[in-house]
Design a protein around this ligand. Structure first.
Ligand code: GLA
Length: 395
């Protein structure tokens, strides 16, 4: 694969001396949904699939970018000194935004660069192909320009680029999981303080399975921002009684005592989801750490029900997939990511994997007319440079 990418780079840019290679994963969230922008907890992990980048510095100030996934767009070119969001540049706005935010924050680049990207994450599936290319760009900039920058800082600048340059109002979860991921571990992250701990994901005789509805969803879509606004309104009303900065700081008992302050019934349901989901995430991680996989799975199921009934972000395709998973004996199953399409994540016994995938796939197609894709999850490391020995040995 890496040899192939080196050849691709050569054929696009006619030169392949001094190249460096990088890999940045996608992510899947095991539990803790729509809690990150509410200062709550999430429990994501990095995937084995992701974005490769092959890059070298140029002697002028041009950025020349090419994606194997969008070959028809050709090389997208811009100048280091003029970085603006340009609709025609589509995918290239993500790396451009990261460069701009690095520069704005005092990280200096003395020249432009050329880069070839190749992504193995299905686009629009809710597995964070956008945060993946942002972190691929970040680790690339660090290496090419010898920048003194920590991974946490790169995570924050990548999120800033997505919020301000691309204009998607996401929380910190995706960039954090992709930057800080560790093989075979998920991370419990407090999105208010950015304190985090790793937990080994040991499922004994079971595996994590992602199912893609293949119903794409736009995050910039209004529903995500609508939920954020509903949560903010609910928080404001709860603040009449509680001295807190976010819904993530509110306990279930406090919510039950003061929920009457939230005058709009729908806002009340949104706050309920966030506050219960936050506690559920902390409890779920405790269970997993104790080796109680059934208990963890049960809380995944409860998470889905809450996202379906109170947060209302699932939709028919995700519900059909999750209900089929439950019927086919999954230990736990829920939607993952923003919702409104995208993927589910389930825990499935290894001995049942093949029949599970076949049966759930059939039920899904029968009920929706769509075909789902299934992936058995490999939990991988975070964004990084790929060493030369790997390049020569092939990865
Ligand atoms: C998207 C956003 C994340 C998070 C999830 C919902 O993936 O990018 O920041 O809000 O939705 O948990």
């Amino acid at each position: 694969m890496l040899d192939q990418l080196r050849n691709d780079f050569m054929s696009v840019f006619q030169e392949s001396t001094d190249i460096h290679m990088f890999f940045s994963p996608g992510r899947v969230n095991l539990i803790g949904e729509h809690t990150d922008y509410n200062g709550g907890h999430v429990f994501p992990c990095a995937l084995g699939i992701g974005t490769y980048a092959v890059a070298r510095k140029r002697s002028d100030r041009k950025l020349r970018m090419f994606s194997n996934n969008f070959r028809e767009k050709g090389v997208i070119e811009c100048d280091l000194d003029v970085l603006e969001n340009n609709k025609d540049h589509e995918w290239a706005n993500y790396p451009k935004g990261v460069v701009k935010h690095f520069l704005q924050n005092g990280y200096e680049m003395d020249s432009g660069f050329e880069v070839l990207f190749y992504g193995t994450i299905p686009n629009g599936a809710g597995l964070s192909s956008s945060a993946s290319i942002e972190l691929a760009t970040s680790v690339m900039l660090k290496k090419l320009f010898g920048l003194e920058i920590t991974m946490i800082e790169m995570v924050k600048l990548s999120q800033q680029a997505e919020n301000e340059f691309v204009g998607v109002n996401c929380g910190i979860m995706d960039q954090f999981a992709i930057g800080m991921g560790k093989k075979e571990k998920a991370m419990l992250l407090n999105c208010e303080t950015l304190e985090f701990t790793y937990s080994p994901v040991v499922l004994e005789n079971a595996s994590l399975v992602i199912a893609n509805t293949n119903k794409s969803r736009g995050l910039s879509g209004s529903k995500y921002n609508e939920r954020r606004a509903e949560c903010e309104r609910a928080l404001k009303q709860l603040q009449q009684a509680l001295d807190v900065q976010s819904l993530g700081q509110i306990s279930i008992e406090e919510y039950e005592t003061y929920k009457f302050l939230i005058t709009n019934e729908m806002d009340q349901k949104r706050a309920k989801h966030v506050i219960y989901e936050n506690q559920r995430t902390i409890s779920a991680v405790k269970l997993l750490n104790q080796g109680n996989i059934n208990g963890f799975g049960q809380l995944m199921n409860e998470s889905h029900i809450s996202l379906r009934d109170d947060y209302e972000v699932t939709g028919n395709e995700l519900d059909v997939l999750v209900e089929a998973a439950w019927a086919e004996g999954a230990i736990g199953s829920r939607m993952t990511g923003a919702g409104f399409g995208g993927c589910t994540i389930s825990i499935v016994k290894n001995e049942e994997l093949d029949t599970y995938i076949e049966h759930v796939g059939n039920i899904y197609t029968k009920k929706t007319g769509l075909v789902a894709d299934f992936y058995v999850v490999e939990i991988g490391n975070g964004a990084r440079e790929l060493s030369c020995s790997l390049i020569e040995g092939g990865e």
